[in-house]
Write a new protein. Structure first.
Length: 505
């Protein structure tokens, strides 16, 4: 009996761990190291495209690459030509800085001639003809880029860190519109080989900052700064200092505030991955988590299994070589390595994103393997559900089976939804809200999103003051499947005590 129970538990564990798989779609992206990669719908056609920067080697060939890949659907991406400069040892981020309705690009790094680069490119009519814009921001490498509206004036500002010609810097450049950016006075330590990130971790409605990396004096640190009326003050917390680092914010424990995970290397050379839980009032506690310790990699939160909590994508270098891992959040501080079988990379970057618009999160990842191969790959998120059929064969081989994969049905029925944490009714108290459209069969692209946004603004006039919610679209082949998915989503949000608003038209 005991042996039977052990066997049953092993089978159950195997099924549970394998319930989510990621399939390499052979996207044929140019492989890069010392890289950054990410999703961006630059042409706003409804599906995420891919942007990649980094260094490429093949035998005697060496070049610095910046690549944009257009999503042409059906698991295919096509490289498109842009005037964006090639850089490596850098970073990038996209935002509509000029408020004209399309995403613009800011990137940093080092070009093929060794020059430090910091460049803004304006998106022109959602095409690949990006126009460089002079900003006066000094070039930098070995750091990070992030857009965020720290002063709540309705436009995106820049948080930058990295090595410049005059030494390491960390700075916020305020967007004063008409292509003007002003460096604000802030007490951030200048760092390189690290990361600076925005997040409203104290939930007062403005963006705070975390900084991690190496100073000009060689000191390795991690510091938190709270935003008080656009003035930043350091919080006296004893956080482990890390370099070669990356940071991701997310509410992993579903208690309503953002926690963070950080990776990197300490002053003494120890490789670390640490999860800090937000205990409110400016205090963070260290959480025991089973994540591998990595440096020179990346972390990203995302609900890859659609169960309502944040899972973790981690890449980088361990003491035993490169790794790429997906950890499923099983709640109560428990995370499980799902054995996703991603390519193992360091000097790497990886992000979740739904490139095929099927409602679950896929992965783009780039970096260098243990064999010094330079790689960039896309993995499709596929729950395990296959039917095996016996092939007709003249050989007597009882193990000769293949997997029959039916064609994907066309998606014609859709609903959209968006969530936020705001004071929508002017009561002075913020709450979690989620909005759902009805299920419709749209005639033209973005028809549902436009109607959805218009109705929210009519019902909640304050929506336009803080609208940062992403409208998410889910598509299905039948009306019944769409309704079932929508009802399940509403039930899940109700269980989390969101205020659910159904917009009908």
């Amino acid at each position: 009996m005991k042996k039977f129970m052990i066997t049953l538990m092993m089978l159950f564990s195997w099924f549970f761990l394998k319930s989510q798989t990621f399939v390499d779609i052979q996207a044929r992206l140019t492989g890069v190291s010392e890289s950054a990669c990410g999703w961006i719908d630059y042409d706003q056609d409804g599906d995420p495209d891919i942007f990649v920067i980094g260094e490429f080697y093949r035998q005697n060939s060496h070049r610095i690459s910046t690549k944009l890949y257009k999503n042409i659907r059906n698991d295919r991406f096509r490289e498109v030509s842009t005037p964006v400069i090639g850089v490596y040892r850098g970073d990038f981020d996209w935002a509509d800085y000029d408020l004209d309705g399309d995403p613009d690009l800011f990137l940093t790094g080092q070009d093929a001639g060794g020059r430090y680069i910091a460049r803004l490119y304006k998106n022109v009519n959602r095409t690949t003809q990006f126009v460089p814009v002079a900003t006066g921001i000094p070039g930098m490498a070995d750091g990070s880029v992030e857009w965020g509206d720290f002063d709540r004036d309705g436009d995106a500002d820049l948080l930058l860190c990295g090595q410049t010609a005059k030494g390491p810097v960390t700075a916020i450049y305020r967007n004063d519109r008409r292509n003007r950016f002003t460096k604000i006075a802030a007490p951030f330590p200048g760092i390189h080989f690290g990361t600076a990130r925005f997040d409203d971790f104290d939930q007062d409605g403005d963006l705070d900052v975390i900084v991690s990396g190496t100073t000009s004096a060689g000191l390795v640190l991690t510091k938190l700064f709270i935003n008080n009326n656009n003035r930043f003050e350091q919080i006296p917390l004893d956080l482990t200092g890390l370099k070669l680092s990356d940071i991701a914010w997310g509410d992993y424990d579903l208690d309503g505030d953002d926690d963070f995970v950080i990776t990197g290397e300490t002053q003494q050379g120890r490789i670390q991955t640490k999860l800090y839980r937000n205990e409110k009032n400016g205090y963070f506690s260290l959480v025991a988590a089973p994540f591998l310790n990595v440096r020179s990699g990346s972390v990203d939160w995302g609900d890859m299994d659609h169960d309502g909590d944040l899972d973790l994508l981690l890449t980088g270098e361990t003491v035993n070589g490169p790794v790429s891992k997906v950890y499923r959040n099983d709640r109560n501080g428990i995370f499980t390595d799902i054995n996703a079988e991603l390519v193992q990379l360091y000097m790497s970057d990886g992000h979740f994103g739904d490139y095929d618009n099927d409602g679950d999160l896929d992965i783009v990842i780039s970096g260098m393997s243990k064999q010094y191969d330079f790689l960039a790959k896309v993995y499709r998120n596929d729950p395990v559900h296959v039917d095996t059929v016996k092939e007709t064969t003249t050989e007597e081989d009882i193990f000769n089976y293949s997997v029959k994969v039916p064609p994907k049905p066309e998606k014609i029925y859709y609903y959209v939804y968006a969530s936020c944490y705001e004071d929508l009714d002017g009561s002075g108290k913020k709450k979690y809200h989620v909005f759902f459209s009805p299920v419709k069969k749209p005639k033209v692209q973005y028809e549902m999103e436009r109607t959805f946004n218009r109705l929210i603004r009519q019902n909640f006039p304050q929506w336009s003051d803080f609208d940062q919610a992403e409208i998410i679209q889910n598509g299905f082949s039948t009306y019944q499947k769409a309704v079932h998915s929508r009802n399940r989503m509403i039930k899940e949000y109700n269980a989390k005590r969101f205020a659910v608003h159904e917009l009908n038209w």
